[in-house]
Ligand binder design. Structure first.
Ligand SMILES: [Fe+2]
Ligand SMILES: [Fe+2]
Length: 166
């Protein structure tokens, strides 16, 4: 009885895994920048598009089963650009006395820390680039851009700053 239940569960698990695999491979749109992510500040939007493009490369490398070297390269490119992008936003906020700077920086630091920790685990062979992790990253990027970055963009554009430069 117990064995039959276990067999059924194993079969169900296998089916789910197969379903997830085919869904992963077809899901080429996980990291596609959308108009609704616009922050009303074109220089930042350009950076966000590049950021999504790098995440997309990482996602594609993971779902098409690329080797560790390729995954490692896409991960380090994504992290390097994250550092550049966060610094650009932080410099803008500081230069224009943005009152939400502190809270915004806390979010950047938390994400930068998570990425660095993950990279360390990945390079040590203790972690892999899973769909779960990529989905978490997508949720974080979308939420951060749609709330925190859009608030910053509204402030900067209200200040009448030249929106094509960071
Ligand atoms: Fe930000
Ligand atoms: Fe941003």
């Amino acid at each position: 009885m117990v064995n039959r239940k276990r067999a059924r569960f194993t079969c169900w698990e296998g089916g789910l895994r197969k379903l997830m695999r085919s869904a992963d491979i077809e899901d080429v749109s996980l990291f596609v920048w959308k108009e609704e992510y616009g922050v009303n500040f074109p220089a930042i939007d350009t950076q966000h598009k590049r950021w999504f493009a790098l995440a997309h490369e990482m996602h594609q490398a993971a779902v098409t089963g690329k080797g560790k070297d390729v995954l490692s390269k896409t991960l380090s490119d994504f992290i390097a650009y994250t550092t550049t992008h966060f610094a650009a936003e932080e410099n803008l906020m500081l230069a224009h006395d943005y009152p939400g700077y502190g809270q915004h920086k806390v979010q950047h630091d938390a994400m930068a820390g998570k990425l660095t920790d993950f990279q360390r685990q990945f390079e040590a062979g203790r972690a892999t680039l899973t769909l779960e992790l990529l989905q978490f990253l997508k949720a974080w990027l979308s939420r951060h851009i749609s709330t925190t970055d859009q608030d910053m963009g509204a402030y900067l554009s209200a200040e009448g700053l030249p929106a094509h430069r960071t």
